[in-house]
Write a protein that binds this ligand. Structure first.
Ligand SMILES: CC(C)(COP(=O)(O)OP(=O)(O)OC[C@H]1O[C@@H](n2cnc3c(N)ncnc32)[C@H](O)[C@@H]1OP(=O)(O)O)[C@@H](O)C(=O)NCCC(=O)NCCS
Length: 114
């Protein structure tokens, strides 16, 4: 993480982490159907468990929790390695819901045409 991403307290701004969470979850959603366009409909149960610091190496792990008709729910765990340490520290977790949409932005079945 870079100094440009800090908040007034000097740690990493939560919105930056959320942006990475959204992107990682979107990649996971596309695994369910690479041909579909997905949009984020909800970010749920976001927990910032530990601050993230400048120099931390961020790693995001994703898991598909549920495939609905037009939606897919993804769980994201975020961990960091601190410089000089081999310890992995859990910092954030979130559940993100995506909806598969057509070119007009209307919900369509996730798995159709997969
Ligand atoms: C996503 C969007 C197309 C859904 O439209 P909608 O008319 O609410 O769709 P529906 O009510 O038919 O719901 C579609 C699916 O989303 C799910 N859903 C809707 N709102 C939800 C919420 N708040 N939390 C979890 N799931 C939700 C529904 O359960 C349904 O899932 P299912 O088909 O698997 O049962 C519409 O809300 C939208 O365009 N939102 C903006 C998306 C966007 O631009 N995201 C980027 C960030 S700004």
């Amino acid at each position: 993480m870079m100094p440009r991403d800090t908040n007034a307290a000097g740690t990493i701004f939560g919105g930056v982490i959320l942006s990475y969470v959204d992107q990682a979850a979107a990649v996971e959603a596309h695994r369910q159907n690479p041909r579909r366009k997905f949009v984020t409909v909800a970010m749920k149960e976001v927990v910032f468990k530990q601050p993230v610091r400048v120099g931390d190496l961020l790693t995001l792990y994703t898991r598909t929790d549920r495939i609905g008709t037009t939606s897919v729910s993804i769980h994201v765990d975020v961990e960091v390695y601190r410089p000089g340490s081999q310890e992995k520290i859990p910092v954030t977790e979130a559940d993100v819901v995506f909806v598969a949409v057509d070119d007009q932005g209307r919900p369509v079945p996730v798995r159709e045409g997969a």
